[in-house]
Design a protein around this ligand. Structure first.
Ligand SMILES: *Cc1c(COP(=O)(O)O)cnc(C)c1O
Length: 441
Protein backbone atom coordinates (compact mmCIF):
# COMPACT_ATOMS: atom_id res chain seq x y z
CA UNK A 1 0.00 0.00 0.00
CA UNK A 2 1.18 3.52 -0.74
CA UNK A 3 2.30 5.46 2.32
CA UNK A 4 -0.40 8.13 1.92
CA UNK A 5 -3.07 5.43 2.10
CA UNK A 6 -1.61 4.05 5.32
CA UNK A 7 -2.25 7.33 7.18
CA UNK A 8 -5.24 6.52 9.36
CA UNK A 9 -8.14 8.58 10.55
CA UNK A 10 -8.87 7.63 14.14
CA UNK A 11 -12.18 7.38 15.99
CA UNK A 12 -12.10 11.10 16.81
CA UNK A 13 -11.85 11.93 13.11
CA UNK A 14 -8.22 13.00 13.53
CA UNK A 15 -5.43 12.27 11.07
CA UNK A 16 -2.68 10.00 12.39
CA UNK A 17 0.90 9.67 11.25
CA UNK A 18 3.33 7.09 12.63
CA UNK A 19 0.68 6.12 15.19
CA UNK A 20 0.49 9.69 16.53
CA UNK A 21 -2.69 11.77 16.49
CA UNK A 22 -1.95 15.03 14.64
CA UNK A 23 -4.13 17.02 17.02
CA UNK A 24 -2.10 15.69 19.96
CA UNK A 25 1.13 16.53 18.12
CA UNK A 26 -0.04 20.10 17.70
CA UNK A 27 -1.06 20.23 21.36
CA UNK A 28 2.43 19.12 22.36
CA UNK A 29 4.64 20.83 19.77
CA UNK A 30 2.59 23.71 18.31
CA UNK A 31 2.43 24.85 14.69
CA UNK A 32 3.81 25.18 12.12
CA UNK A 33 5.36 21.77 12.60
CA UNK A 34 7.21 19.40 10.28
CA UNK A 35 6.41 15.77 11.08
CA UNK A 36 8.37 12.83 9.64
CA UNK A 37 7.40 9.16 9.78
CA UNK A 38 10.51 7.20 10.74
CA UNK A 39 9.25 3.79 9.62
CA UNK A 40 8.56 4.99 6.10
CA UNK A 41 12.00 6.61 5.78
CA UNK A 42 13.60 3.34 6.86
CA UNK A 43 11.36 1.31 4.53
CA UNK A 44 12.46 3.42 1.58
CA UNK A 45 16.16 3.18 2.44
CA UNK A 46 15.76 -0.59 2.75
CA UNK A 47 13.80 -0.91 -0.48
CA UNK A 48 16.73 0.52 -2.46
CA UNK A 49 19.40 -1.29 -0.48
CA UNK A 50 17.64 -4.66 -0.67
CA UNK A 51 17.19 -4.32 -4.41
CA UNK A 52 20.97 -4.13 -4.80
CA UNK A 53 21.34 -7.12 -2.46
CA UNK A 54 18.74 -9.21 -4.25
CA UNK A 55 19.29 -8.21 -7.87
CA UNK A 56 22.95 -7.28 -8.05
CA UNK A 57 24.83 -9.38 -5.46
CA UNK A 58 25.00 -6.33 -3.23
CA UNK A 59 27.42 -4.71 -5.69
CA UNK A 60 25.74 -1.34 -5.26
CA UNK A 61 25.61 1.64 -2.94
CA UNK A 62 22.62 3.78 -2.06
CA UNK A 63 23.59 7.36 -1.27
CA UNK A 64 20.92 9.39 0.48
CA UNK A 65 20.85 12.84 -1.17
CA UNK A 66 21.28 15.03 1.91
CA UNK A 67 20.14 18.25 0.31
CA UNK A 68 16.48 17.21 0.43
CA UNK A 69 16.47 17.04 4.23
CA UNK A 70 19.62 17.57 6.24
CA UNK A 71 20.01 17.33 10.00
CA UNK A 72 21.96 15.06 12.33
CA UNK A 73 19.15 12.56 12.90
CA UNK A 74 18.71 11.69 9.22
CA UNK A 75 22.40 10.76 9.01
CA UNK A 76 21.99 8.61 12.14
CA UNK A 77 19.13 6.76 10.43
CA UNK A 78 21.05 6.38 7.15
CA UNK A 79 24.06 5.01 9.03
CA UNK A 80 21.87 2.49 10.89
CA UNK A 81 20.34 1.39 7.59
CA UNK A 82 23.78 0.87 6.11
CA UNK A 83 23.51 3.35 3.27
CA UNK A 84 25.81 6.17 2.20
CA UNK A 85 24.98 9.83 1.79
CA UNK A 86 25.88 12.55 -0.65
CA UNK A 87 26.73 16.06 0.42
CA UNK A 88 27.03 19.23 -1.61
CA UNK A 89 28.63 21.69 0.79
CA UNK A 90 30.97 21.88 3.75
CA UNK A 91 27.91 22.54 5.89
CA UNK A 92 26.20 19.29 4.92
CA UNK A 93 29.51 17.48 5.39
CA UNK A 94 29.96 19.04 8.84
CA UNK A 95 26.44 17.93 9.82
CA UNK A 96 27.13 14.36 8.69
CA UNK A 97 30.42 14.26 10.61
CA UNK A 98 28.74 15.70 13.70
CA UNK A 99 26.26 12.85 13.50
CA UNK A 100 29.15 10.36 13.46
CA UNK A 101 28.44 9.33 9.87
CA UNK A 102 31.34 7.34 8.35
CA UNK A 103 33.19 9.71 5.99
CA UNK A 104 34.17 6.80 3.72
CA UNK A 105 30.45 6.40 2.93
CA UNK A 106 30.09 10.02 1.79
CA UNK A 107 30.09 11.30 -1.75
CA UNK A 108 30.75 15.03 -2.34
CA UNK A 109 28.96 16.80 -5.22
CA UNK A 110 28.62 20.29 -6.61
CA UNK A 111 29.43 22.23 -9.74
CA UNK A 112 31.70 24.67 -7.92
CA UNK A 113 33.24 23.11 -4.84
CA UNK A 114 35.24 25.74 -3.05
CA UNK A 115 38.94 25.19 -2.36
CA UNK A 116 38.21 25.24 1.37
CA UNK A 117 35.43 22.66 0.91
CA UNK A 118 37.79 20.37 -0.98
CA UNK A 119 40.46 20.66 1.75
CA UNK A 120 37.85 20.03 4.42
CA UNK A 121 36.49 16.97 2.57
CA UNK A 122 39.93 15.43 2.08
CA UNK A 123 41.07 16.21 5.60
CA UNK A 124 38.05 14.31 6.88
CA UNK A 125 38.43 11.30 4.59
CA UNK A 126 35.35 11.69 2.37
CA UNK A 127 35.14 8.50 0.30
CA UNK A 128 34.36 9.94 -3.12
CA UNK A 129 34.38 13.36 -4.73
CA UNK A 130 32.54 13.94 -7.99
CA UNK A 131 34.55 16.17 -10.32
CA UNK A 132 32.54 18.74 -12.23
CA UNK A 133 35.32 21.08 -13.48
CA UNK A 134 39.02 20.98 -14.47
CA UNK A 135 39.78 23.29 -11.59
CA UNK A 136 38.36 20.72 -9.18
CA UNK A 137 40.58 17.99 -10.60
CA UNK A 138 43.59 20.25 -9.98
CA UNK A 139 42.50 21.25 -6.48
CA UNK A 140 41.70 17.69 -5.36
CA UNK A 141 44.93 16.34 -6.83
CA UNK A 142 47.00 19.03 -5.08
CA UNK A 143 45.25 18.49 -1.75
CA UNK A 144 45.62 14.71 -1.98
CA UNK A 145 49.33 15.12 -2.76
CA UNK A 146 49.73 17.30 0.34
CA UNK A 147 48.16 14.54 2.44
CA UNK A 148 50.21 11.86 0.68
CA UNK A 149 47.08 10.10 -0.51
CA UNK A 150 45.25 9.00 -3.61
CA UNK A 151 41.65 10.22 -3.68
CA UNK A 152 38.80 8.26 -5.25
CA UNK A 153 36.85 10.39 -7.70
CA UNK A 154 34.03 10.15 -10.21
CA UNK A 155 33.43 12.53 -13.09
CA UNK A 156 30.00 14.03 -13.61
CA UNK A 157 28.82 13.30 -17.11
CA UNK A 158 26.02 14.89 -19.04
CA UNK A 159 24.62 11.99 -21.03
CA UNK A 160 22.24 14.12 -23.10
CA UNK A 161 19.07 12.87 -21.46
CA UNK A 162 16.90 15.52 -19.93
CA UNK A 163 14.04 14.20 -17.91
CA UNK A 164 10.88 16.02 -16.99
CA UNK A 165 8.14 14.91 -14.68
CA UNK A 166 6.25 12.74 -17.10
CA UNK A 167 8.53 12.76 -20.13
CA UNK A 168 12.12 12.86 -21.22
CA UNK A 169 13.95 14.44 -24.10
CA UNK A 170 17.23 13.41 -25.58
CA UNK A 171 19.42 16.31 -26.47
CA UNK A 172 22.71 16.43 -28.35
CA UNK A 173 24.20 19.13 -26.15
CA UNK A 174 22.39 20.05 -23.01
CA UNK A 175 22.46 23.55 -21.64
CA UNK A 176 23.30 22.80 -18.03
CA UNK A 177 25.79 24.07 -15.49
CA UNK A 178 26.37 20.44 -14.50
CA UNK A 179 28.58 17.81 -16.03
CA UNK A 180 30.77 17.18 -19.04
CA UNK A 181 28.90 16.45 -22.23
CA UNK A 182 29.44 13.08 -23.87
CA UNK A 183 28.37 14.18 -27.32
CA UNK A 184 30.95 16.95 -27.84
CA UNK A 185 33.91 14.94 -26.57
CA UNK A 186 34.43 16.97 -23.40
CA UNK A 187 33.64 13.98 -21.16
CA UNK A 188 36.39 11.95 -22.78
CA UNK A 189 38.87 14.84 -22.50
CA UNK A 190 38.32 15.32 -18.77
CA UNK A 191 38.57 11.55 -18.24
CA UNK A 192 41.99 11.53 -19.92
CA UNK A 193 43.00 14.52 -17.81
CA UNK A 194 41.91 12.93 -14.52
CA UNK A 195 43.64 9.67 -15.46
CA UNK A 196 46.88 11.62 -15.88
CA UNK A 197 46.71 12.91 -12.30
CA UNK A 198 48.93 10.99 -9.97
CA UNK A 199 46.89 11.57 -6.81
CA UNK A 200 43.45 10.89 -8.27
CA UNK A 201 41.96 7.45 -8.78
CA UNK A 202 39.19 7.67 -11.36
CA UNK A 203 36.61 5.13 -10.21
CA UNK A 204 34.06 5.96 -12.90
CA UNK A 205 31.23 8.30 -13.79
CA UNK A 206 28.17 9.96 -12.40
CA UNK A 207 25.05 11.45 -13.91
CA UNK A 208 21.83 12.88 -12.51
CA UNK A 209 19.20 13.58 -15.12
CA UNK A 210 16.65 15.58 -13.17
CA UNK A 211 14.14 15.34 -10.38
CA UNK A 212 10.52 14.33 -9.80
CA UNK A 213 10.76 11.89 -12.73
CA UNK A 214 8.22 9.10 -13.18
CA UNK A 215 9.25 7.68 -16.58
CA UNK A 216 11.26 4.52 -16.07
CA UNK A 217 12.46 4.91 -19.64
CA UNK A 218 14.38 8.10 -18.69
CA UNK A 219 16.58 6.14 -16.28
CA UNK A 220 16.98 3.26 -18.73
CA UNK A 221 18.16 5.62 -21.45
CA UNK A 222 20.56 7.40 -19.10
CA UNK A 223 22.02 4.02 -18.07
CA UNK A 224 22.38 3.01 -21.74
CA UNK A 225 24.13 6.27 -22.60
CA UNK A 226 26.49 5.88 -19.68
CA UNK A 227 27.32 2.30 -20.72
CA UNK A 228 27.88 3.42 -24.33
CA UNK A 229 30.28 6.01 -23.00
CA UNK A 230 32.09 3.46 -20.80
CA UNK A 231 32.53 1.22 -23.85
CA UNK A 232 33.74 4.07 -26.07
CA UNK A 233 36.29 5.03 -23.43
CA UNK A 234 37.55 1.48 -23.19
CA UNK A 235 38.24 1.63 -26.92
CA UNK A 236 39.83 5.07 -26.94
CA UNK A 237 41.65 5.34 -23.59
CA UNK A 238 41.92 1.65 -22.65
CA UNK A 239 40.21 2.63 -19.41
CA UNK A 240 37.28 0.63 -18.04
CA UNK A 241 35.16 2.35 -15.40
CA UNK A 242 34.53 0.37 -12.19
CA UNK A 243 31.74 2.51 -10.77
CA UNK A 244 28.66 4.14 -12.24
CA UNK A 245 26.42 6.44 -10.25
CA UNK A 246 23.02 7.11 -11.81
CA UNK A 247 21.96 9.87 -9.39
CA UNK A 248 18.45 10.26 -8.03
CA UNK A 249 15.29 11.86 -9.31
CA UNK A 250 12.54 9.30 -8.65
CA UNK A 251 9.19 11.08 -8.48
CA UNK A 252 6.76 11.15 -5.56
CA UNK A 253 3.06 11.75 -5.00
CA UNK A 254 1.99 15.31 -4.25
CA UNK A 255 -1.48 15.29 -5.81
CA UNK A 256 -3.53 12.77 -7.72
CA UNK A 257 -1.89 14.05 -10.93
CA UNK A 258 1.15 12.09 -9.71
CA UNK A 259 1.51 8.33 -9.58
CA UNK A 260 1.64 6.58 -6.22
CA UNK A 261 4.82 4.56 -6.72
CA UNK A 262 5.35 2.81 -3.37
CA UNK A 263 8.43 0.89 -2.16
CA UNK A 264 7.94 -1.90 -4.69
CA UNK A 265 7.71 0.62 -7.52
CA UNK A 266 10.93 2.41 -6.54
CA UNK A 267 12.62 -0.93 -6.35
CA UNK A 268 11.32 -1.42 -9.92
CA UNK A 269 13.18 1.69 -11.13
CA UNK A 270 16.37 0.27 -9.68
CA UNK A 271 15.71 -3.15 -11.22
CA UNK A 272 15.26 -1.46 -14.60
CA UNK A 273 18.61 0.32 -14.21
CA UNK A 274 20.33 -2.89 -13.09
CA UNK A 275 18.78 -4.84 -15.97
CA UNK A 276 19.98 -2.25 -18.48
CA UNK A 277 23.52 -2.25 -17.12
CA UNK A 278 23.67 -6.07 -17.17
CA UNK A 279 22.36 -6.18 -20.74
CA UNK A 280 24.84 -3.55 -21.92
CA UNK A 281 27.78 -5.22 -20.17
CA UNK A 282 26.89 -8.46 -21.88
CA UNK A 283 26.58 -6.73 -25.26
CA UNK A 284 29.93 -4.93 -24.91
CA UNK A 285 31.86 -7.60 -23.00
CA UNK A 286 32.39 -5.29 -20.02
CA UNK A 287 32.69 -6.22 -16.35
CA UNK A 288 29.64 -5.41 -14.21
CA UNK A 289 30.37 -2.06 -12.56
CA UNK A 290 29.68 -1.11 -8.96
CA UNK A 291 26.35 0.73 -9.26
CA UNK A 292 25.19 3.68 -7.18
CA UNK A 293 21.97 5.65 -6.91
CA UNK A 294 21.26 8.81 -4.94
CA UNK A 295 17.57 9.02 -4.11
CA UNK A 296 16.54 11.96 -1.98
CA UNK A 297 12.97 13.08 -2.47
CA UNK A 298 11.66 9.51 -2.70
CA UNK A 299 13.19 8.61 0.69
CA UNK A 300 11.84 11.43 2.85
CA UNK A 301 9.33 13.36 0.70
CA UNK A 302 6.17 11.36 1.27
CA UNK A 303 7.22 10.54 4.85
CA UNK A 304 6.71 14.18 5.84
CA UNK A 305 3.66 16.31 6.52
CA UNK A 306 3.43 19.89 7.73
CA UNK A 307 0.83 20.88 10.31
CA UNK A 308 -0.49 24.43 10.47
CA UNK A 309 -3.16 26.37 12.35
CA UNK A 310 -5.72 28.13 10.18
CA UNK A 311 -5.91 31.87 10.88
CA UNK A 312 -7.55 34.49 8.67
CA UNK A 313 -9.95 33.40 5.94
CA UNK A 314 -10.67 35.76 3.07
CA UNK A 315 -13.28 35.13 0.44
CA UNK A 316 -13.26 37.22 -2.74
CA UNK A 317 -16.68 36.44 -4.22
CA UNK A 318 -16.57 34.62 -7.56
CA UNK A 319 -12.78 34.79 -7.57
CA UNK A 320 -11.04 32.89 -4.83
CA UNK A 321 -10.98 31.96 -1.20
CA UNK A 322 -7.75 32.37 0.75
CA UNK A 323 -7.20 30.26 3.82
CA UNK A 324 -4.19 31.73 5.66
CA UNK A 325 -2.01 29.60 7.91
CA UNK A 326 0.84 30.30 10.31
CA UNK A 327 3.48 29.14 7.81
CA UNK A 328 4.46 30.34 4.36
CA UNK A 329 7.33 30.57 1.92
CA UNK A 330 9.86 30.69 4.77
CA UNK A 331 9.08 27.03 5.52
CA UNK A 332 7.34 25.90 2.31
CA UNK A 333 9.12 27.65 -0.57
CA UNK A 334 8.27 25.27 -3.39
CA UNK A 335 5.08 26.98 -4.53
CA UNK A 336 6.86 30.35 -4.70
CA UNK A 337 9.78 28.74 -6.55
CA UNK A 338 8.07 26.35 -8.95
CA UNK A 339 4.29 26.71 -8.49
CA UNK A 340 4.34 23.23 -7.00
CA UNK A 341 1.08 21.43 -6.27
CA UNK A 342 0.03 19.87 -3.00
CA UNK A 343 -2.79 17.99 -1.33
CA UNK A 344 -4.04 18.82 2.12
CA UNK A 345 -6.78 18.06 4.60
CA UNK A 346 -8.11 19.36 7.86
CA UNK A 347 -6.42 17.13 10.39
CA UNK A 348 -8.96 17.62 13.18
CA UNK A 349 -11.88 16.76 10.83
CA UNK A 350 -10.03 14.37 8.55
CA UNK A 351 -13.16 12.31 7.86
CA UNK A 352 -15.01 15.23 6.23
CA UNK A 353 -15.30 15.23 2.47
CA UNK A 354 -13.82 18.20 0.61
CA UNK A 355 -16.40 20.67 -0.66
CA UNK A 356 -14.41 23.59 -2.11
CA UNK A 357 -11.15 24.58 -3.74
CA UNK A 358 -9.11 27.16 -1.85
CA UNK A 359 -5.74 28.86 -1.97
CA UNK A 360 -3.63 28.33 1.09
CA UNK A 361 -1.80 31.54 1.92
CA UNK A 362 1.26 32.02 4.08
CA UNK A 363 1.89 34.93 6.46
CA UNK A 364 4.80 36.57 4.61
CA UNK A 365 4.60 40.02 3.07
CA UNK A 366 4.55 38.82 -0.55
CA UNK A 367 1.52 38.24 -2.75
CA UNK A 368 3.24 35.16 -4.12
CA UNK A 369 3.56 33.69 -0.66
CA UNK A 370 1.16 30.81 -1.16
CA UNK A 371 1.53 27.23 -0.06
CA UNK A 372 -0.73 26.00 -2.82
CA UNK A 373 -3.70 26.89 -4.99
CA UNK A 374 -6.82 24.93 -5.93
CA UNK A 375 -6.56 22.70 -2.91
CA UNK A 376 -9.64 20.61 -2.15
CA UNK A 377 -10.78 21.07 1.43
CA UNK A 378 -13.87 20.88 3.58
CA UNK A 379 -14.97 24.32 4.78
CA UNK A 380 -11.99 25.49 6.84
CA UNK A 381 -12.48 27.50 10.01
CA UNK A 382 -10.11 29.59 12.06
CA UNK A 383 -8.38 27.33 14.55
CA UNK A 384 -8.53 24.22 12.38
CA UNK A 385 -5.35 22.22 11.91
CA UNK A 386 -4.30 21.93 8.31
CA UNK A 387 -2.10 19.02 7.21
CA UNK A 388 -0.19 19.36 3.93
CA UNK A 389 1.21 16.12 2.51
CA UNK A 390 4.55 15.16 1.00
CA UNK A 391 6.57 17.91 2.64
CA UNK A 392 9.49 15.80 3.88
CA UNK A 393 11.80 16.80 1.03
CA UNK A 394 12.95 20.29 0.00
CA UNK A 395 11.00 22.03 2.76
CA UNK A 396 12.97 22.16 6.00
CA UNK A 397 16.20 22.10 3.97
CA UNK A 398 15.08 25.14 1.95
CA UNK A 399 13.53 27.02 4.85
CA UNK A 400 14.71 30.49 5.83
CA UNK A 401 14.05 33.13 8.44
CA UNK A 402 12.40 35.43 5.89
CA UNK A 403 10.36 38.13 7.65
CA UNK A 404 12.18 36.87 10.74
CA UNK A 405 9.80 33.99 11.06
CA UNK A 406 11.10 30.95 12.90
CA UNK A 407 12.14 27.90 10.91
CA UNK A 408 9.67 25.37 12.33
CA UNK A 409 10.91 22.44 14.40
CA UNK A 410 10.92 18.89 13.06
CA UNK A 411 9.58 15.90 14.96
CA UNK A 412 10.17 12.27 14.10
CA UNK A 413 7.32 9.89 14.91
CA UNK A 414 7.37 6.15 15.37
CA UNK A 415 4.83 3.87 17.06
CA UNK A 416 2.97 6.87 18.40
CA UNK A 417 6.06 8.40 19.99
CA UNK A 418 7.28 11.80 18.76
CA UNK A 419 10.70 13.36 19.37
CA UNK A 420 12.30 16.57 18.22
CA UNK A 421 15.03 16.04 15.68
CA UNK A 422 15.25 19.79 15.08
CA UNK A 423 14.31 21.98 18.02
CA UNK A 424 12.27 25.19 17.70
CA UNK A 425 14.15 28.42 17.14
CA UNK A 426 13.96 31.25 19.65
CA UNK A 427 14.06 35.04 19.33
CA UNK A 428 17.66 34.82 20.53
CA UNK A 429 18.50 32.60 17.51
CA UNK A 430 17.19 35.31 15.20
CA UNK A 431 19.59 37.97 16.46
CA UNK A 432 22.49 35.65 17.37
CA UNK A 433 24.77 36.93 14.60
CA UNK A 434 23.52 40.51 14.49
CA UNK A 435 26.03 43.20 15.41
CA UNK A 436 25.59 46.95 15.93
CA UNK A 437 29.01 48.51 15.21
CA UNK A 438 30.10 51.22 17.64
CA UNK A 439 29.61 54.00 15.10
CA UNK A 440 25.88 53.24 15.02
CA UNK A 441 25.54 53.56 18.76
C1 LIG B 1 19.31 16.59 -6.14
C2 LIG B 1 20.22 15.48 -6.43
C3 LIG B 1 19.88 14.17 -6.08
C4 LIG B 1 18.54 13.81 -5.47
O1 LIG B 1 17.48 14.02 -6.33
P1 LIG B 1 15.99 13.59 -5.88
O2 LIG B 1 15.16 14.06 -7.01
O3 LIG B 1 15.70 14.29 -4.61
O4 LIG B 1 16.00 12.11 -5.74
C5 LIG B 1 20.79 13.18 -6.34
N1 LIG B 1 21.99 13.46 -6.91
C6 LIG B 1 22.35 14.71 -7.25
C7 LIG B 1 23.68 14.93 -7.85
C8 LIG B 1 21.48 15.76 -7.03
O5 LIG B 1 21.84 16.99 -7.39
Amino acid sequence: MHFRDTLKINGKGHLEIGGADCVDLVWEFGTPLYVLDEAHIRNMMRAYRNTFLEEYNGNGTVYYASKVFCCKAIYAIAAQEGIGADVVSAGELYTALQAGFPAEQLCFHGNNKLPREISYALANGVGTLVIDAYREADLIDAEAEKLGRVQNVLIRINPGVEAHTHAYVQTATTDSKFGFSVSDGSAEKIAAYVLSKKNLRLKGFHCHIGSQIFEKESFVIAAEKLMDFVFALKQSLKYEAETLNLGGGFGIWYTDDDAKIGCEGYSGYLRAIIGTVKRKCCEYGLRLPHLCVEPGRSIVGEAGITLYTVGAIKEIPAIRKYVAVDGGMFESPRYALYQSKYSALIANRADEAPCEKVSIAGKCCESGDLIGVNINLPKAETGDILAVFSTGAYHYSMASNYNRNFVPPVVLVKDGKADYIVKPQTFEDLVRNDVIPDRLK
